[in-house]
Write a protein that binds this ligand. Structure first.
Ligand code: NAI
Length: 299
């Protein structure tokens, strides 16, 4: 088996003051990475803030002989993201790995959702992932090396009652990855996404939290560390990870059906729904262009 190491690498982990981010930071540091432990230190809803959570994780890393610095910048703003990357470059000279993990929850059905709660969730998850990636981009491009790991959720991939804000942001992150995998290719930047399941403060109140006793954050961190490593030559992949379970998630499109000229009517769609929804020959596409070519190609 290939050994996954991070000697000489610098990793920025957002939201690493607890939960999954802490586990990612500890694992990368234990494998030789110098780590920037970012965390705003607020509540699950994103209220308040303090550097203490990040500092505690830095102490844990140092106690194990690793190197890390704490950072309390707010990744939901472009300025905060830039300050975070600048702090990494200033302390350690480069940024090889960015793990976009920071997140908050403001659950409510859309009918009852305050606009501020929708926007706050989108800002932290989606804009935070975009701004941190944008800030790290020129550093990684100049190095001709980078690994970005996004964090999505089954709530975005499949849907979950009461999480329209969170689900929209989390699937938006997949869309962000789908474009960045193309934009990063020539710079050696690989962009992948983890869909984690772990018992953390974010999930401890769920009705099925007891089922998650096996789902310790460290088991997700194993998958994230692989995606963050040089050994990972894939890009644009979604890795579902929890409780030691790992699987690939893909967006796939069916073979479809072509309406003859002049027959593309609502009735045609209704009459051919069986063929349209037949996923037996479904496949993933690497780009919008590939999907278009496949759709319009003569059969
Ligand atoms: P958590 O609440 O322990 O960790 C999130 C961290 O992000 C917190 O420490 C928080 O202070 C930090 N944070 C929030 N807003 C921030 C900001 N603007 N700037 C910097 N830091 C900020 O929760 P958990 O479970 O560890 O979540 C980590 C990630 O995994 C999140 O993106 C979450 O949506 C995702 N996730 C977790 C799942 C689970 O089963 N725990 C399932 C699916 C996704």
């Amino acid at each position: 088996m290939t050994t996954i190491g991070f000697e000489g690498r610098v990793a920025v982990v957002t939201g690493a003051g607890g939960g999954l981010g802490r586990a990612h930071a500890l694992l990368l540091a234990s494998r030789g990475a110098r780590v920037v432990v970012n965390d705003l230190g607020g509540s699950v809803r994103g209220a308040g803030g303090s550097l203490t959570a990040a500092q505690r994780v830095v102490q844990e890393i140092e106690a194990l002989g690793g190197q890390a610095i704490a950072n309390g910048d707010d990744v939901a703003t472009r300025e905060g993201a830039q300050q975070l990357v600048d702090a990494a470059v200033q302390a350690f000279g480069r940024v090889d790995v960015l793990i976009n993990n920071a997140g908050i929850l403001r659950d409510k059905t859309l009918a009852k959702m305050e606009p501020a709660d929708f926007e706050a969730v989108v800002r932290v998850h989606l804009l935070g992932s975009a701004w941190c990636s944008q800030a790290a981009w020129p550093v990684m491009a100049q190095q001709q090396y980078g690994r970005i790991v996004m964090t999505t959720s089954a709530a975005g991939l499949y849907g979950n009652f009461g999480q329209s804000n969170y689900g929209a942001a989390k699937l938006g992150i997949v869309g962000l990855m789908n474009t960045l995998k193309h934009e990063g290719a020539k710079f050696g930047i690989r962009v992948n996404t983890v869909a984690p399941v772990a018992l953390t403060r974010m999930t401890e109140d769920l009705p099925f939290a007891r089922m998650l006793s096996e789902a310790v954050p460290e088991r997700v961190a194993a998958g994230v560390a692989f995606l963050a490593s040089e050994a990972c030559q894939f890009t644009g992949q979604i890795l579902s990870a929890g409780a030691g379970y790992f699987s690939l998630v893909q967006m796939i499109e069916g073979r479809g059906v072509h309406a003859p000229a002049g027959q593309a009517t609502p009735e045609f769609v209704a009459a051919h729904w069986g063929e349209i929804a037949d996923m037996s020959q479904a496949k993933p596409y690497d780009s919008a262009g590939d999907a278009l070519v496949a759709a319009f190609a003569p059969r």
